[in-house]
Write a protein that binds this ligand. Sequence first.
Ligand code: GLV
Ligand code: MN
Ligand code: MN
Ligand code: MN
Length: 414
Amino acid sequence: MSGLAVRFRELWDEIAPIGRDAHSGGYLRYALTAPELRLREWFRAQADLRGMPVSGDGNGNLFAWWGEPPTGGPNTGDPDTGGPAGAGAVLTGSHFDSVPHGGAYDGPLGIVSALLAVDELRAAGVTPVRPVVVAAFVEEEGARFGVPCLGSRLLTGEIDADRAAGLRDAAGVSFAEALGHRPAGADPALLGRFAAFVELHVEQGRALVDADAPVAVASAIWPHGRWRFELRGEGNHAGTTRMADRRDPMLTFAFTVLAANKEARLRDAHATVGRVAVEPNATNAIPSTVTGWLDARAAAPETLDGLVEAVRAKAAERARRDGTELTVTRESATPLVTFDGGLADRLAGLLAAPVLPTGAGHDAGVLAAHLPTAMLFVRNPTGVSHSPAESATDADCAAGVVALARVLEELACH
Ligand code: GLV
Ligand code: MN
Ligand code: MN
Ligand code: MN
């Protein structure tokens, strides 16, 4: 193993036990819960070891600065000097939070790789002319409060701070309560200090296995979103209610799931219903309400719109037949992201790496609308993600660090 792969493993092992579920082997690292708070403390300690001051943005995002940190700002508690400190910085990093029983790499790999890339550059005697900033974004998965990329959406103003403040987790705790204060919202002054963002991420499919390459550069993120399908019928006794007399929302729901699958296949798109809530959720009761969350993604926005509309129409038609009521609410939407083509080509040339699109959402997708943004993917031998089976070898992670260090040098030294 290379020295860098060994250093990667050492750092990786420090966080590996945090939030790990002994039964599934997956991670329960929901934003601002105890395991994620421990990871944030670890991040602060790592930044401290490297002499990198950490600033916040009042939204739960953290930034560790190599080079001049910002001299204050409306959201850091200090008076905003409006000075040029930290201008033109190159931002990198990712997120610590996970989906329920998620893999180890989705998120933390981008943060750990960024810290190691800083070490590599320093060891090589590289002195950037612009600051390099390592970010830990909050609630990227939306697993706790329902809106993915909540931290980057707040920073960029793509979600209203009041709406974000009122988002609630399954226990009824609001985002503002979890954060300890109302989120500060858009911070154009801080955003204006960043000249570029590069997020390194484990690949979430098998394209790099097929390409036989350890690292790729991203070209685009499919447009995607989440829709809540709420179906109301009549709760009743499972043993005594005649089949003909039932208004069973589970039937409508089952049909809706099949329709989503069929409509996605027809369009070469992706539709998933991975979460469902049933009331009263009893074996011997016809449900009164079934709520299912549709995650839909497609290569083109019009394909996505057509898919969701078709599923909605089929669900509504079926609800009429079942005597149930359907309400569809869009919970989040992420438009098609085409990463800065010039930057992607430049980095692909620099790294001799393939360029590929992805169907997964990232903070990079949100930031891409505001500053030149690129992503690097690290090969995942299983091709599985959002699951404990997600994987990456130490050697490929080291290759990812080397690639990220080269990219940071390219962007921060000229
Ligand atoms: C987040 O990882 C997503 O793509 O849903
Ligand atoms: Mn994810
Ligand atoms: Mn991720
Ligand atoms: Mn993601």
